[in-house]
Design a protein around this ligand. Structure first.
Ligand code: NAP
Length: 243
């Protein structure tokens, strides 16, 4: 019988956990525990970091994990890299469940940047009204461009005031709708959207809304992760587990 470790923190991971529960495949979901009200899960959950590669290696051995499914966010590069290293070291097979990156379609005006620092640099210039849809971890970097008004959409009410002199916080959790995002962008007179290239459907609505409003998007490319086996959907993961 397999004993699967799912690295989660995404809607895709939660959907995979439902599928594993339905298929009665023994599995544990791991997440970082940063979000205040995590969704209830149909399989056992463990919470918090493992302690780098050595900690994950020890976890895999101590819990006799047979397979690892990395269903973390495409920008969780540290966790994903650690998973590759720890699975190499222990010989535990690894698959990543990732969404294909978004690609521009006609009507989109994207400026692509390689990383968060590239996004900050690209914001040099006169004041604008920027929707910063990047989560809360990297907000401080944007203090280097204090001239803009930033609309911040966050999963939880921030515990500390974001270090941006002009900002508005909206607390909301996906999935979002294109209509609601369009209204939000209109209400806040947004003229630029900053987005990570997360892929998937849960947060694509801001791109659809930006297209409808003719707004440019500053798109942050995904971080590099060492080569690993990839699945783009849950049936592929289930096939791999049963192989
Ligand atoms: P990260 O930079 O890749 O990871 C930093 C550290 O957090 C890892 O080294 C690990 O600590 C711990 N960690 C991350 N994911 C974990 C998991 N699923 N289970 C146990 N420990 C985990 O990750 P991040 O970008 O901060 O993201 C953290 C979590 O939020 C991830 O689970 C990710 O799926 C989710 N998330 C991230 C984003 C994003 O844009 N980055 C968006 C939505 C959701 P140790 O080294 O101690 O093991």
């Amino acid at each position: 019988m397999p004993n699967v470790l799912v690295l989660g923190g995404t809607m895709e991971a939660s959907a995979l956990c439902r599928a594993l529960a339905e298929a009665q495949i023994p599995a544990t979901l791991s997440y970082m525990g940063r979000v205040e009200r995590p969704r209830p899960q149909p399989i056992p959950v463990r919470i918090g970091g493992f302690g780098g590669v050595p900690g994950l290696v020890a976890y895999l051995r101590d819990h006799a994990v047979s397979h690892v499914v990395d269903a973390t966010h495409p920008f969780a590069a540290q966790m994903s890299t650690n998973a590759v290293r720890a699975c190499d070291e222990t010989g535990v097979p690894l698959i990543a469940l990732t969404r294909p990156a978004w690609q521009p379609v006609p009507g989109d005006t994207w400026q692509r940047v390689p990383d968060m620092a590239g996004a900050v640099a690209a914001l040099a210039g006169p004041p604008r009204r920027v929707m910063l849809a990047i989560g809360r971890l990297h907000l401080a970097e944007f203090a280097a461009q204090p001239q803009h008004h930033y609309l911040l959409r966050l999963v939880d009410e921030p515990t500390e005031t974001p270090p941006l002199p002009r900002h508005t916080v909206v607390v909301d959790r996906g999935p979002f709708s294109a209509e609601a995002d369009e209204a939000l962008m209109r209400d806040h007179a947004i003229d630029l959207v900053v987005s990570k290239n997360a892929g998937g459907t849960g947060s694509v609505s801001k791109l659809t809304a930006a297209r409808a409003l003719g707004l440019p998007v500053l798109m942050i490319d995904r971080p590099q992760i060492p080569p690993r086996r990839i699945a783009h959907d849950i049936p592929d993961v289930l096939d791999w587990l049963s192989a």
